[in-house]
Write a protein that binds this ligand. Structure first.
Ligand SMILES: NC(=O)c1ccc[n+]([C@@H]2O[C@H](COP(=O)([O-])OP(=O)(O)OC[C@H]3O[C@@H](n4cnc5c(N)ncnc54)[C@H](OP(=O)(O)O)[C@@H]3O)[C@@H](O)[C@H]2O)c1
Length: 271
């Protein structure tokens, strides 16, 4: 299969890259720059089964450009793993003026999915799998505040902008699944995984305390992402959320037209 993966050179994405290569898939890794390509080759070796594409996922024009390059090179995309994400120590703003968690964790997977849609629609049994976090129970009780995601009144590490950006992502994917019945769209929680994100400045102190005892190896997170795409149990479902235990959870909470309007207003359309 021809599979696109973001964040495939580090953390659980790197383990996913290795698993997919072992299965003989053709991979398109979307990486930030040439340095990341060198990192990826260091980690997995050179392979004819990888095509490298470049985009800074915080830049909407980069996402559009990379999607064009992918479509022109491959024509058909069988699956998209939107796995890249950020967990930051303070509010940063993208070139488009959106808080960075909202930009990279919510908008980027949405824009990439939309831009790759023509290539996904040509595949026989296409899928989009996004690496989210948290639980569906929490999503079902959440009142999305998109203006606060775009520009938080008060920045809170992990349990603020990060968490809400992922909840918004899941709800956007449910919305996409309703609009695109041909493409299976699944969000999942990969579990608490010991990666550079979990060790970085964006992780609050309690994560640093818990990490050595509770956090699992990146292979475990990669396996959960892989299973969400290929596991038999998920083949007939779309618009679902898969918990870190592999349970299918349905999202009853829906984005309304006001939310969708606010999200679309944060996306700068090409001239
Ligand atoms: N670790 C956990 O406990 C945990 C729990 C729940 C969900 N998740 C989710 O799992 C996913 C993978 O994270 P991880 O834990 O494996 O951490 P990670 O190694 O830090 O992976 C994050 C990836 O996203 C990429 N990325 C971030 N911003 C980017 C940008 N602007 N342009 C291009 N690429 C960008 C990073 O590339 P660079 O190296 O170039 O920055 C990196 O490859 C994330 O979506 C994360 O939110 C993780």
């Amino acid at each position: 299969m021809h599979l696109i993966l973001t964040g495939g050179h580090s953390g659980l994405g790197l383990e996913l890259t290795k698993m997919l290569l072992n299965q003989g898939h053709q991979l398109g890794l979307i990486l930030r720059n040439e340095k990341r390509k060198a990192d990826a080759i260091d980690a997995i070796g050179a392979s004819d089964n990888i095509d490298f594409f470049f985009a800074d996922l915080s830049k909407q024009s980069d996402i559009r450009q990379v999607a064009k390059e992918i479509i022109s090179k491959w024509d058909v995309v069988d699956g998209l793993f939107s796995n890249a994400g950020v967990l930051l120590e303070q509010a940063y703003y993208s070139d488009q003026g959106n808080e960075m968690h909202f930009e990279v964790n919510t908008l980027a997977p949405y824009i990439l999915s939309r831009e790759l849609m023509p290539a996904l629609e040509k595949a026989q049994n296409p899928f989009i799998v996004v690496t989210a976090s948290g639980s569906a129970r929490e999503i079902n009780n959440w009142s999305p505040d998109i203006p606060d995601l775009k520009k938080p009144a008060k920045f809170v590490k992990l349990t603020g902008s990060y968490r809400y950006s992922k909840l918004a992502l899941v709800m956007l994917m449910v919305h996409m699944a309703e609009e695109n019945k041909h493409i299976r769209i699944i969000s999942l929680n990969p579990g608490a995984i010991d990666t550079k994100m979990a060790r970085g400045k964006g992780a609050p102190f309690f994560i640093k305390l818990l990490r050595p005892f509770v956090f699992e190896a990146p292979e475990k997170g990669a396996q959960r992402v892989y299973d969400a795409a290929f596991g038999d149990k998920y083949q007939t479902h779309t618009g679902i959320f898969v918990s870190s235990k592999g349970e299918i959870q349905h999202i009853e909470n829906k984005l309304n037209s006001r939310h969708l309007g606010q999200i679309n207003a944060a996306i700068i359309e090409e001239e």
